[in-house]
Design a protein around this ligand. Structure first.
Ligand SMILES: [Zn+2]
Length: 75
């Protein structure tokens, strides 16, 4: 009877440790996803010529206006 209880306690501790590690793994993954989304959403600008919303990396300045990098606008 004592052995069974001991086994149960060991099992619970083991599950707790595994669960904790799994949660840490999930958190790390979620943070990675969050970082990826952040980069994607970063610096969205509007083209002053065609009004399209584009990432800043896809834009350029023309007469101090933010416009599409590829000119003339393809949109
Ligand atoms: Zn444009």
């Amino acid at each position: 009877m004592m052995a069974r209880i001991l086994l149960l306690i060991i099992l619970i501790v083991l599950l707790y440790v595994i669960g904790k590690r799994f949660m840490a793994f999930l958190n790390a993954k979620e943070q990675q996803n969050h970082a990826a989304t952040k980069v994607k959403d970063e610096n969205i600008v509007q083209c002053q010529l065609c009004g399209t919303h584009i990432p800043e990396s896809e834009s350029t300045l023309l007469d101090e206006k933010i416009v599409c990098k590829q000119q003339p606008c393809k949109h």
